[in-house]
Design a protein around this ligand. Structure first.
Ligand code: AMP
Ligand code: FES
Ligand code: ZN
Length: 317
C-alpha cells in the first residue's frame, strides 16, 4: 500500500518517522520551510529587513538553507571560504558559484591562503590543533569578520538536527558545560565586534536536507571533507543513528529536551523580577507570592543567625 501524504493525502515520497508522517513532494518542501520558519520565529533569528549572510560550504545543508531563506523572502547573501583542501575546495567553490549565478544571488568568496597565508592541510597538527580544530577556528573568525566588514546583521550556518544532537552528545559525554552553554540555535552579539550567529536548520534532519536538495534539483557536493573521515563527531552520529533506527525520535527528544531546559534556565536568569529587600534595601529577587514581603537571602540568613549567635544590630539599616 502506497504511503499517503499527511497533509494532502496524495502519494507520499518521503517519510519522516519521528513525526509519524509522510509527505508528497510539495508538502515535504512546505514542511521543511515550516520548520525553518518556526526556528527563526522561536529564537528571533532574523527579520525581513535584516541583511543575512549564509555561510555556504557547497554541501546539502547550507545550500538548502540558502535556498529556503531566499524562498522565504530574506535578504540573504552567501559566503564561501576556500580552505585550500585541494580539489575538494575547488569543487565546493564552483558548486556555490553555480547556485548563486542561477538565482542572481550575491556570493562573497574568501580565501584562507590568500588572506591569511595558510591552508587547512598546512596548518593541521602545527600549533597544537587538529585539522578540524584549526578549520573551526578559522571559519568562526572569517565568518564574523566578513559579516562585520559587509555590514550584515546575522550569520547563518547549515548545522542540522543531526549535527546538533551529535555535538550535544559529545559535550554531554565530557560534561563540557561551557560548550553546552554556547551550543544554542542563536548566539546574540553580546559585544561590539561580534555578529549574531544562528542555525535555522536545527529542527531539520540530515536526510531531510538531502531530500530537499534532490527534490529541488540543487546540485551539491556529496562527499565529506577528506580530512574529517572517522572523526569523533562522525562516530557520535553513527551511534545516534543506530539509536534513532531502533527508536525514531531519539535525536529529536535528546536535543529538544536539552534546549527546552536550557531555555528555561536562561529565562529564569534574565526574567527574574528584581526588587528591594524590605529589610536592608539591597537588590533581591521578588517573592513568588506578591502578598509576601521581599527579604533578601542575606537578611534571612542573618535573622536565623541572630537566634543562635550574639549578633548586635549596629544600625537599623
Ligand atoms: P561543518 O563544520 O563542516 O559541519 O559545517 C557547518 C556549517 O558551516 C555549514 O553548514 C556551513 O554553513 C558552514 N561552512 C562549512 N564550511 C564552510 C566553508 N568552507 N565556507 C563557508 N561556510 C562553511
Ligand atoms: Fe574543516 Fe575539513 S572542512 S577540516
Ligand atoms: Zn501532500
Amino acid at each position: 500500500m502506497a504511503m499517503r501524504c499527511k497533509r494532502c493525502r496524495g502519494t507520499a515520497v518521503m517519510e519522516v518517522r519521528r513525526h509519524n508522517a509522510a509527505f508528497c513532494r510539495d508538502c515535504f518542501l512546505h514542511y521543511v520551510g515550516q520548520q525553518v520558519t518556526r526556528a527563526i520565529a522561536k529564537y528571533r533569528m532574523a527579520g525581513h529587513t535584516d541583511r543575512v549572510l549564509v555561510a555556504v560550504s557547497g554541501g546539502k545543508d547550507s545550500l538548502a538553507l540558502w535556498d529556503l531563506l531566499l524562498e522565504l523572502g530574506y535578504q540573504a547573501d552567501g559566503l564561501y571560504l576556500s580552505l585550500g583542501i585541494g580539489a575538494y575546495s575547488e569543487r565546493s567553490k564552483a558548486v556555490c558559484q553555480e547556485f548563486a549565478e542561477a538565482r542572481g544571488a550575491t556570493l562573497l568568496v574568501h580565501d584562507l591562503a590568500g588572506e591569511h597565508g595558510y591552508t587547512i592541510p598546512e596548518a593541521a597538527g602545527k600549533g597544537g590543533r587538529s585539522s578540524c580544530g584549526v578549520c573551526g577556528l578559522s571559519k568562526r573568525y572569517v565568518f564574523n569578520r566578513a559579516a562585520l566588514d559587509g555590514g550584515y546583521d546575522v550569520v547563518c550556518t547549515g548545522h542540522n538536527l543531526d549535527d546538533e544532537a551529535a555535538v550535544l552528545f559529545g559535550n554531554t559525554l565530557r560534561w563540557d558545560t561551557a560548550a553546552m552553554a554556547r551550543q544554542f540555535p542563536v548566539l546574540e552579539a553580546t559585544r561590539p565586534g561580534l555578529v549574531k550567529k544562528v542555525k535555522p536548520l536545527y529542527r531539520v534532519a540530515e536526510r531531510e536536507t538531502a531530500a530537499y536538495c534532490v527534490l529541488k534539483g540543487i546540485d551539491y557536493v556529496v562527499e565529506e571533507c577528506p580530512l574529517v573521515a572517522g572523526n569523533t563527531q562522525m562516530r557520535h552520529k553513527e551511534t545516534l543513528n543506530q539509536m534513532e533506527e531502533a527508536a525514531p525520535g531519539t535525536k529529536h527528544s535528546f536535543l529538544f529536551g536539552y534546549l527546552d531546559r536550557a531555555a528555561a534556565l536562561l529565562k529564569v536568569a534574565d526574567d527574574a523580577d528584581l526588587t528591594e529587600c524590605a529589610r536592608c534595601g539591597m537588590t533581591t529577587q521578588a517573592p513568588e507570592d506578591p502578598a509576601s514581603e521581599a527579604v533578601c537571602a542575606f537578611c534571612r540568613s542573618k535573622a536565623r543567625l541572630v537566634k543562635t549567635l550574639p549578633i548586635v544590630e549596629v544600625a537599623s539599616r
